[in-house]
Design a protein around this ligand. Structure first.
Ligand code: C5P
Length: 409
């Protein structure tokens, strides 16, 4: 199978492996999905575990495997609800006649059926069974029930089966399943046709050819937001200061060093429908940049600073190129709410994402705890506090909010 691009970059797939000889093909499916950039989390049913081992599934997926032996601790760490909430698509492959029947009936008698019943995500079912079973009225009636509910199906193939009989029933080839999953994710998203500009990372303001003033921003949150908006269908331009992160796949990424370069790159990227300024722009830069490295021994240099342009305020300024939605960030060490409200009005943005950095824990961390402040059309400020969660989840939630905002408008 051709190892195509990162067509599934950042997509999260929940793969349910139920009982059937075809379960061995699911191991290859995991590899192919991961090659394309997806994360794959697996539930192995009791029947599935008769055909493939939890160890091979976890080795290939690089994730813990969830099965019916899950303990209370597992339920605490990753309950069945969270398993579906943290996925974009559930795939059942192979789907046995038994699991299909339980799905059709809405049963919740093991982890797989309970999770799928609680799922708020689309489900793709890939049946695998004996040809007579597949053709049976019972199975076809169950499939019809699932189809009527919007469950997607990859039809079984025809050929010789493990039992020696010939007919329709064997699980579709892995390439076909992958192609259907890619097709599903390639559909236009809620932000298709929209342009987004995202700033990320710190800026470095040079003192001399080797020294700079900067800050501890890693760019993780900004990059995750750019990727999340792209997954919702937006055409994203990411303007980033110096970070140790790879450019997100499929996103036009412009690298800059200083605030002035960032401003220039942002101006060139406008007009846009959405702007998210997550960069930690240095507020000041040295008034003079020495052409040569400053030497010790001479008089101690006096550092005179001048203020940098405010990129967010420039983007949010009223005028015919103002994006419809402008989102700023506020890293505050004290009076977070008060300062954020002032920033919201002072910089003329629509939303502010506030993180409390008083503990210093946000920089370079993978988790973030934020509060979203939104100014409605009447100027009223609505506050919403989110639980601590991975920066990637903050990004997904923010992107979903952006999509809702444009849907409602
Ligand atoms: O004023 P403060 O730096 O706290 O504001 C933070 C917000 O303003 C962030 O969204 C940041 O990206 C943006 N900002 C900017 N240009 C600056 C300073 C801040 O875009 N020079």
């Amino acid at each position: 199978m051709e190892n195509s691009s990162f067509s599934l970059q950042g997509r999260r797939i929940l793969l349910v492996i139920s009982g059937g000889i075809a379960a061995y093909k699911s191991l290859d499916l995991i590899r192919r999905l991961k090659e394309r950039g997806a994360t794959v989390r697996c539930i192995l049913t009791k029947g599935g575990a008769e055909f493939v081992t939890p160890l091979s599934v976890s080795s290939l997926s690089g994730e813990k495997v969830y099965d019916d032996l899950f303990s209370l601790t597992d339920e605490h760490e990753m309950g069945h609800i969270r398993l579906t909430r943290t996925a974009d698509l559930a795939v059942v492959a192979p789907a046995s006649a038994n699991l299909i029947a339980r799905l059709a009936q809405g049963r919740a008698d093991d982890l797989a059926s309970t999770t799928l019943l609680a799922s708020d995500k689309p489900i793709l079912v890939v049946p695998a069974m004996n040809a007579k079973m597949w053709q049976s009225e019972a199975v076809q009636a169950n499939i019809a029930v699932l189809a009527a509910r919007g469950t997607m199906l990859v039809r079984p193939g025809t050929g010789e089966m493990a039992c020696g009989e010939v007919g329709e029933g064997r699980m579709a080839e892995v390439a076909e399943i992958v192609a259907d999953i890619e097709k599903y994710f390639a559909q236009p998203g809620p932000l298709s046709g929209r342009r987004a500009l995202v700033t990320s990372g710190p800026t470095h303001e040079p003192l001399d050819p080797v020294r700079f003033i900067g800050n501890r921003s890693s760019g993780k949150q900004g990059h995750a937001i750019a990727a999340a908006l792209a997954r919702e269908g937006a055409a994203v331009t990411l303007v980033t200061g110096p970070v140790a992160l790879p450019d997100p796949a499929g996103i036009r990424t412009i690298h800059v060093q200083t605030a002035r370069e960032m401003l220039e790159a942002c101006e060139a990227a406008l007009p846009a429908d959405i702007a998210v300024c997550a960069a930690a722009v240095a507020d000041w830069r040295p008034a003079e940049e020495s052409a040569q490295k400053l030497k010790k021994g001479a008089a101690e240099p006096a550092l005179r600073l001048v203020e940098n342009p405010d990129i967010l305020a420039m983007i949010a300024r009223e005028g015919n190129i103002r994006p419809r939605l402008v989102v700023g960030f506020a890293a505050e060490t004290e009076k977070a709410d008060e300062n954020a409200r002032r920033k919201l009005a002072g910089k003329n943005c629509d939303w502010i994402v506030v993180n409390d950095v008083s503990g210093g824990a946000v920089f370079d961390a993978d988790e973030n705890k934020v509060t979203l402040l939104a100014r409605d059309s009447a100027g009223k400020v609505v506050t919403e506090s989110w639980d601590a969660m991975p920066k990637d989840d903050v990004a997904r939630l923010l992107a979903a909010r952006v999509s809702d905002h444009f849907k409602a408008a």
